[in-house]
Design a protein around this ligand. Sequence first.
Ligand code: HEM
Length: 434
Amino acid sequence: MALLDIQSTLFAVFAAWLICCILEGIRRLYFHPLSKFPGPKLAALTLWYEFYYDIIERGPIIRINPHELHIRDPASFDHYAGGKREKYIEKLCSRFEELAGTGEVVPLDVAFLALTMDVICAFFFGEDRGHLDKPDFELLWKEKLRGALQTAALGRMFPVLTTTMLRLPHWLWKVTNAYYVSYMFSLQAGIRKQVAAVLNESRGSTPGRTIFHMLRDSDLPPEEKSISRLCEEANVLIGAGSETSAKALTHTIFYLSSNPEILRRLREEITAVMPDASAIPCWSVLEQLPYFTAVVTEGLRLSYSITTRLPRVANEPLIYNDWVIPPRTPVSETLYSVLVDPAVFPEPKVFNPERWLEHPELSGYFVVFGRGSRSCVGLNLAYAELYLAVAALIRRFDFELFETTIKDIEVKHDFFVPNADLASKGVRARIRKL
Ligand code: HEM
């Protein structure tokens, strides 16, 4: 009798749950504010659809999960989107000088990540991480960073995964991803100590030494200046500023080394303002060079920025063609799909700096750094690194690509940032001193 009671109670709970699911399904399909927008019915029904979305091409506007829209239309982008550098570039060049002519194959992508990582840490935290001093340019950091980004991409679908992982004891983390974790813990511990020391100093005592001094002395409310808040800020800067700039530099050098005529023309233009290869001109001089600017712009376009969808939420209704998007609806667009749209950039995968000189109106589609209130705050640093490093590198060296093809830079995976085929060995070259 008791068994029958349990069975019928379980059945009643299950039936109630099923009815709720069906009613919610009907609501999402027919009565939800987004029900009129196109998109697969499955996406309207369940968040699981979004999980598969990245391998499915549709557009220009679709409903990708019960609550969110995605637009694939470059023309609409604006609607919702609201002395240390030189030191490290010289350090990179002296490492390359040692390697030049030895026949050794150099992993350029790893070396460039070492450069941007050292620059970020020196620039913001006043700390030399010494990646450029490591014989292998700290290859493990690159590998483990990719692993972490891969996990983060999964964490976007399952936020509970991220929060749970962050609560795990340190020793358990170490078992799973030893190098990355111990590196991050030591970095974090150092930053935390530094932040605590800065916060304990009196306001204005040592102004502007690090980003933490600037934030401490700013008008931000106190809750924005807590130790944990400032440490999170440091994580964002490392994550946002190292991999992106390194990728842009890697792809630019790859394309220049694969296109001798473009390289010749660029070298000629740079040599006119940099007759002595050992003296890098100011960034303000380099950015005046029209062909160099076109090369940098095309290199940035073909390094694909960030591949993840970047949702925005507007408080007021948005108009998109004939559609009225309800307020507070997350609407996303992917920078990648704008940057390689053949209607905007004919032969989009071809490295063609000329396009920027012949069609200045293309700058309206240059969305590499995002747009609006959340666009990149580090774009000036990124530009400075690119101009100064490319000028120094191509005035001093030739890079003979080694077993490296377009497949080694083409996007195969979206790990928040673009990632090539996992089997790729990266961008490698033999270096020759000029
Ligand atoms: C070629 C290099 C870079 C590219 C392609 C790039 C791209 C981007 C993009 C597309 C966004 C917007 C993300 C969004 O819309 O949510 C962004 C945000 C951001 N970037 Fe960059 N970035 C680069 C370099 C840097 C550097 C060097 C720094 C270091 C200071 C940096 C720091 C940031 C930060 C802190 C944000 C977040 C801004 C916010 O949420 O308000 N980025 N970046």
